[in-house]
Design a protein around this ligand. Structure first.
Ligand SMILES: C[S@@+](CC[C@H](N)C(=O)[O-])C[C@H]1O[C@@H](n2cnc3c(N)ncnc32)[C@H](O)[C@@H]1O
Length: 269
């Protein structure tokens, strides 16, 4: 197994923090464990050679391959279910009564392989039922990992990932094939997947009513997280909601968001 010197470890972790906000400064063992075989298979003789390549390459897919190995894309349908209950019981009734243009803008930031935005999409379809066609419920879903986004666009999942979904939803929104489930084309069309690095300025055309950014900021260091939360604040409409992972918090002093319940915040009206 290849080992990484302290100097290369610092070069690599600083490069990753600066460009992707991901803090791996306490993860030396993880870096060696997850990259060593890959480096050997790719023909690198040492971590020094590899780090030289990573910090100077213009090839995003090499960097992405590394990030995929060092972070987790793991997710599933209905993950942290009480957010979806809150979305259905509180957020959607609020939006239904206030969005006179019938256009709802939702962003799943760090959507990984798509289970989160598809879950939201199903809930909106179920909520609006026959009125769904009179509402623009398309949602934006972004991630830094092209690999994860490719899976998301195909919308094909193993049964295990869907186990929290009611049977009737599986029948209505998926087609069973090749031993798994594929999201129907109609639902796939409802989600716009894009590559986006959350370290970049947020310059989407519209402001959002709801942002889901769950289990993403766990990797970020404090200043990166604080700056991103401020960007989310600016990107939301007044009264808009920010939902983060249940193991994450936003310090009261750190932002103007109102605390609603665990992992749920609101921009004041
Ligand atoms: C564990 S998944 C979260 C999926 C889903 N939101 C959930 O809660 O189940 C974390 C995702 O964050 C993405 N991510 C990490 N750093 C990112 C960055 N700087 N910009 C965009 N996405 C990032 C990863 O690629 C990964 O897909």
């Amino acid at each position: 197994m290849l080992t990484i010197s302290q100097k290369d470890f610092i070069r690599l972790t600083e490069f990753i923090i600066k460009n992707y906000g991901i803090n791996l400064k306490a993860k030396k063992v993880l870096i060696e464990g997850r990259l060593s075989n890959y480096l050997t298979a790719e023909g690198y003789g040492s971590f020094t050679e590899y780090v030289d390549h990573i910090v100077s390459t213009k090839n995003n897919s090499d960097i992405e391959m590394m990030l995929n190995k060092l972070t987790t894309n793991h997710t599933f349908f209905m993950r942290e279910e009480n957010h979806f209950t809150f979305f259905n019981d509180t957020i959607l009734p609020y939006l239904e009564s206030t969005k006179t243009n019938h256009s709802i803008s939702i962003w799943s930031a760090g959507c990984s392989s798509g289970e989160e935005p598809y879950t939201l999409s199903i809930i909106m379809k179920e909520y609006f039922k026959s009125n769904a066609i009179t509402w623009d419920t398309r949602l934006l879903a972004t991630d830094i990992s092209q690999n994860a986004l490719n899976k998301a666009s195909k919308g094909f999942y193993a049964e295990d990932s869907l186990k929290a979904l009611p049977e009737i939803w599986k029948r209505s929104y998926f087609t069973q094939k090749d031993g798994g489930y594929q999201v129907t084309e109609q639902l796939r069309k409802n989600v716009v997947f894009r590559t986006f690095n959350l370290m970049e300025p947020i310059q989407f055309k519209t402001k959002f009513d709801v942002i889901f950014c769950r289990n993403v900021m766990i990797y970020f260091d404090k200043p990166t997280k604080a700056a991103l939360i401020q960007r989310y604040y600016n990107a939301l409409n007044p009264g808009g909601y920010l939902l983060i992972g249940h193991s994450e918090t936003i310090d009261r002093e750190e932002s103007e968001f109102q605390y609603i319940m665990p992992a749920t915040y609101r921009k004041p009206l």
